[in-house]
Design a protein around this ligand. Structure first.
Ligand SMILES: Cc1cc2nc3c(=O)[nH]c(=O)nc-3n(C[C@H](O)[C@H](O)[C@H](O)COP(=O)(O)OP(=O)(O)OC[C@H]3O[C@@H](n4cnc5c(N)ncnc54)[C@H](O)[C@@H]3O)c2cc1C
Ligand SMILES: NC(=O)c1ccc[n+]([C@@H]2O[C@H](COP(=O)([O-])OP(=O)(O)OC[C@H]3O[C@@H](n4cnc5c(N)ncnc54)[C@H](OP(=O)(O)O)[C@@H]3O)[C@@H](O)[C@H]2O)c1
Length: 301
């Protein structure tokens, strides 16, 4: 049963994150270097390849710290000057690979005001992530300074309960949202559901438990492992199966109901499709500005 704590101060996640980036106390997990502020100008566009030499408009950032959670899974803290963002938005990151710049989108997993955090998984055979995952503190990373996307609370209608449902690195935008004030002002309770293959991939778990403690019963953490026998209150299986079997609601001790719930889904596109279908069977439908509903989505591929 996954209610693991409670909250009183919503800055705790940001605080814990920032401390992990800067405090020697956390150096068990992090490597760090001094900031080197070199910034460029701006350029917008969609992910893909850019000729090297046309980096005008990008912010020339660099890695300041990394926290490795499991093989092929890390949180990268990057210093770069970008425009103000809303929690839930993403930016494009770029690296020079074999003479061209590979550019991909990454959700900002940190709160506004601190170093930029990104929860990244390595896609084997991927063109960018194998290089991104090899970065060491001090290495350059290009960051497009214009945050993008509508996966933010600004576009989420009010409800009694907010469900934040992620697979894998889809947790990232929820870390940023939970570190902000808005969800605590607008929703009575928040349920965070995180589905991963193995326990080691439950990134930021300790900070989330601290946040749940600090929020005093308003944040319920539900985590599920699909490829490892769980222990300590974790669920076993895909989160879609767990929803179909009623396990998610039991674990959250609250029903998914169009009269009281709004659900944000992030991560694996197949999960999002299946979840949307299952939620549809319970009367929850996609939210659109002109046709209000109960589901807001961000697909990663
Ligand atoms: C709005 C948005 C936000 C995103 N935020 C994040 C984030 O915070 N963290 C993160 O790790 N990724 C995130 N992604 C995915 C990211 O943009 C890249 O697609 C991913 O890192 C793979 O890049 P690559 O160059 O290594 O792979 P590519 O060479 O581009 O190959 C990509 C192929 O791998 C598959 N793929 C892509 N991403 C994944 C994945 N995570 N798991 C399994 N297969 C995948 C797809 O089939 C895709 O066609 C986001 C994508 C979008 C659209
Ligand atoms: N380099 C490395 O060592 C390393 C390590 C980890 C991951 N990776 C790579 O990273 C990429 C992403 O892996 P990931 O584990 O973060 O993400 P993922 O494959 O999307 O899996 C995350 C969770 O989502 C579940 N899931 C998948 N499809 C679903 C669906 N249709 N409905 C509901 N749940 C679903 C998975 O369950 P199932 O387990 O049942 O699929 C798992 O519990 C992959 O390409 C992987 O190969 C690399």
């Amino acid at each position: 049963m996954p209610q693991e704590g409670h909250v009183t101060d919503n800055a705790i996640l940001l605080l814990a994150y920032t401390l992990r980036a800067y405090s020697p106390r956390f150096l068990g997990g992090w490597r760090r270097v001094t900031l080197r502020p070199e910034f460029g100008a701006l350029l917008a566009g969609s992910p893909g390849v850019i000729e090297t030499g046309s980096m005008q408009g990008w912010s020339a950032g660099h890695l300041i710290a990394r926290r490795d959670w499991a093989p092929g899974l890390a949180t990268l803290a990057i210093a770069a000057e970008i425009e103000p963002f809303d929690p839930g938005q993403f930016v494009n990151l770029g690296l020079e690979v074999a003479g061209v710049i590979e550019r991909r989108s990454y959700s900002i997993a940190s709160a506004p005001g601190g170093p930029l955090g990104f929860l990244v998984t390595e896609v084997q055979e991927g063109r960018l992530t194998p290089h991104l995952m090899r970065l060491a503190p001090g290495d350059p990373v290009f960051v497009e300074p214009k945050p993008q996307g509508y996966f933010t609370l600004k576009w989420v209608p009010s409800a009694r309960e907010l469900w934040l449902v992620a697979t894998g690195t889809g947790l990232g935008p929820f870390l940023s949202i939970l570190a902000s004030e808005e969800p605590w002002q607008r929703f009575e309770r928040i349920v965070l559901v995180h589905g991963v293959r193995e326990q080691s991939q439950l990134a930021h778990r300790d900070e989330l438990k601290e946040l749940a403690l600090a929020r005093a019963g308003r944040l319920t953490l539900v985590a599920a492992l699909s490829r490892e026998a769980p222990s300590g209150g974790l669920l076993h299986g895909r989160i879609t199966t767990l929803l179909a079997e009623g396990e998610l609601e039991r674990a959250a001790a609250t029903p998914l109901d169009p009269a009281r719930s709004h659900v944000m889904l992030c991560g694996n596109p197949a999960m999002i499709e299946e979840m949307t279908k299952l939620l549809g069977e319970r009367g929850l439908r996609k939210h659109r500005v002109r046709n209000p509903g109960h589901i807001t989505i961000e697909k990663y591929w």
